[in-house]
Write a protein that binds this ligand. Structure first.
Ligand code: PMP
Length: 360
């Protein structure tokens, strides 16, 4: 985080820490360094703050936004919306967010608190139907004066924000942390694991890491079962009818900003393993991450146990970075979180019951 006085909250976007996941690495017998890029520590609470800021600032430079008049309309699973609402309330633009019903109440409440209007759309609507979050945004934009869609699915500033900020921050953290006998480091990013929604994160990171830092960095994509982003196509068969609970990753179309040729390998994850991995991150590392962070970790652990990942997993000093895109405070009212939180009993529960004379 910059140490000087910031002009406004947008100065607090990004600059997130890379944190060792040592306990989880030990639990899984990994010899490599397992590192989490903790994006809920960005000002708006997610990895998507970066692209919201970049898309708004680029549109301003191009003269596409007029303070007091422009209405920024965006279809999103919520986090891009929160970043946009934050940027736009600071800069004086109105915001309408279209968001599928499945996305959490917490995201809607935050959006409304930031002054945005929120329109919910049916989760099951195909992306190209007029009822989908994308279709509704387009219908609104056609009718609303000064309406503009910055369009995270096509906007080059989406992958660029990660190529210019997320990637360089990861590289900077890895190259400036010395290698010691206790904590050996290759001083390079050897593999990166990220989930894909628009695909901006993984595409931008692949470019940042491979262009100038380490051309042989392995880029691993994570896609939920029910989505169609993974390659080869055969991975995408699923029996959940395209429905899954994890938010922010997976789609029924391939967004323009996702360049799948820049991803080496894909893993498919399900809700159950994702939420178990969220619990693992909380209980072992004290990290208050959201569902897609669990998917990324579950994918990373599976890849590190695969034929392709085993060599890196078994080599001390190799650095494997997992992107943890948002925080659990986006999901506190979700059944999956309440179950995970309320059904885990502390080993002290029995003692407390004994002391207080109550049944445990
Ligand atoms: N996780 C969460 C919680 C998200 O909101 C998003 C953005 N849709 C992602 C992961 C995936 O990021 P990207 O759109 O860059 O692929």
């Amino acid at each position: 985080m910059p140490s000087q006085i910031l002009d406004n909250a947008l100065g607090g976007v990004g600059h997130t820490p890379l944190i060792r996941l040592d306990k989880i690495a030990r639990l899984h017998g990994l010899k490599c360094n397992l590192l989490g890029k903790v994006e809920f520590l960005s000002a708006g609470g997610s990895v998507k703050d970066r692209i919201a800021k970049a898309m708004v600032e680029a549109a301003e430079k191009e003269g596409k936004l007029i303070p007091g008049k422009s209405v920024v309309i965006e279809p999103t699973s919520g986090n891009t919306g929160i970043g946009l609402a934050m940027a736009c309330t600071i800069k004086g633009y109105s915001v309408i967010i279209t968001m599928p019903n499945k996305m959490s109440l917490e995201k809607e409440a935050l959006l409304r608190a930031l002054g945005a209007e929120v329109v919910r759309t049916p989760t099951e609507a195909a992306w190209d139907s007029p009822e989908s979050h994308i279709g509704v945004a387009q219908r609104l934009q056609r009718e609303i004066p000064y309406g503009i869609i910055l369009d995270q699915y096509r906007n080059v500033n989406n992958p660029l924000a990660h190529e210019y900020t997320t990637g360089p921050e990861i590289i900077e953290a890895v190259v400036s942390t010395p290698s010691t006998s206790e904590r050996p480091s290759s001083m390079k990013v050897d593999a990166i694991v990220a989930g894909a929604g628009t695909g901006g994160t993984i595409t931008g990171l692949s470019r940042a890491l491979r262009k100038s830092h380490n051309p042989s960095c392995v880029v691993v994509g994570v896609d939920p079962k029910g989505s169609i982003l993974a390659v080869p196509e055969s991975l995408n068969q699923s029996d959940n009818g395209g429905q899954y609970v994890v938010e922010g990753i997976g789609y029924d179309f391939v967004p323009d900003v996702l360049n799948r040729t820049e991803v080496d390998t894909w893993l498919k994850t399900d809700d159950e393993e994702s939420f178990a991995a969220v619990q693992k991150l909380m209980r072992n590392e004290g990290l208050l991450v959201g569902g897609s962070s669990g998917s990324a970790l579950a994918g990373a652990l599976r890849w590190l146990q695969s034929d392709q990942g085993r060599e890196i997993a078994n080599t001390p000093g190799k650095n494997v970075v997992v992107i943890l895109p948002d925080g659990i405070r986006n999901y506190m009212s979700k059944t999956w979180f309440l179950k995970l939180a309320m059904e885990t009993q502390s080993p002290l529960a029995g003692t407390i019951a004994q002391v207080l004379g109550k049944p445990d």
